[in-house]
Design a binder for this molecule. Structure first.
Ligand SMILES: Cc1cc2nc3c(=O)[nH]c(=O)nc-3n(C[C@H](O)[C@H](O)[C@H](O)COP(=O)(O)O)c2cc1C
Length: 254
């Protein structure tokens, strides 16, 4: 009987140790890959938190003034994941490429009409610990950032956004462009006129709620000059600028 108790204790300890190792393996920290273009693997996002979704909904407001305080890489990682992070990886079928739309990595934190996932997501980084200022493309598939512009563009982006100061003040801004063809090739005008913007609302609301749950603030911005924003961010011709959301520590709770 005594031996059996020892054996059970030993097996439990081995299993607990295996679980801990598993947790550590998944717990990626910010990793800078020294290559051109500069690439960062982002810290693993959390899938649990202290604030209930009900409380985040009840408290959410648009905040337009931020403290001069850096975000951590973990905070930026979490915000980007909430916008468009992969939650269920799906591999495209190379044998039947035209059988369904490309999942570009899989299902995400936000729904998308027909899983067409029309957005490209960027992080405009000004003051984030461990990440050099610049403009980065967020690659959902590997939860990483790839630099596309190697300078702080916040002042230029503020000017392109009708001088809305929050764009210059915020330590980081999430930006959405859309490749409308991903939706129109399947849904025609309905994709362009309805589905892309519906998708955008889901992704943007995720950022509002995630920011709230992390004690941060954000504000949706749709008012800007398209051509100026495209120029400042050097967007490829196929991408249309749609939305931006600065994120930072708020000054006054609204
Ligand atoms: C599509 C869209 C575009 C918006 N554009 C701007 C903007 O350019 N500038 C701004 O200060 N607020 C903008 N807002 C935020 C709204 O003004 C805000 O959501 C509204 O006043 C309600 O306040 P609340 O978000 O605190 O509930 C936008 C919101 C949405 C949904």
């Amino acid at each position: 009987m005594k031996h059996l108790t020892w054996l059970i204790t030993l097996i439990t300890l081995i299993m607990l140790s295996a679980c801990n190792n598993e947790t550590q393996k998944n717990d990626v920290v910010l990793t800078k890959i020294e290559e051109a273009p500069l690439t960062y693997i982002l810290p693993s996002p959390k899938t649990d938190g202290k604030m209930s979704v009900e409380k985040a909904l009840a408290q959410r407001r648009s905040h337009r003034a931020y403290q001069d305080k850096a975000l951590s890489a973990e905070q930026l990682s979490q915000i980007l994941w909430s916008a468009y992070g992969i939650t269920k990886p799906v591999e495209d079928n190379p044998d039947r490429p035209s059988s369904r739309p490309s999942f570009r990595g899989g299902f995400r934190t936000a729904p998308s009409a027909g899983a067409t996932f029309p957005f490209e997501i960027y992080a405009i980084v000004g003051n984030v610990s461990g990440i050099e200022p610049g403009v980065y493309k967020y690659i959902s598939e590997n939860h990483k950032l790839v630099r596309v512009i190697d300078q702080d563009v916040r002042v230029e982006l503020r000017k392109a956004a009708l001088d809305q100061m929050m764009v210059e003040q915020a330590p980081a801004t999430v930006f959405w462009s859309a490749i409308f063809e991903r939706a129109t090739v399947r849904y025609g005008d309905r994709g362009r006129e309805r589905y892309v913007c519906m998708d955008l609302g889901h992704s943007g609301q995720n950022v509002y709620l995630q920011a709230e749950a992390m004690g941060l603030g954000t504000c949706a911005i749709g008012a800007f000059t398209d051509a100026d924003v495209s120029r400042v961010l050097q967007l490829p011709a196929e991408e249309e600028p749609l939305y931006m959301m600065p994120v930072g520590y708020i000054v006054v709770r609204q």
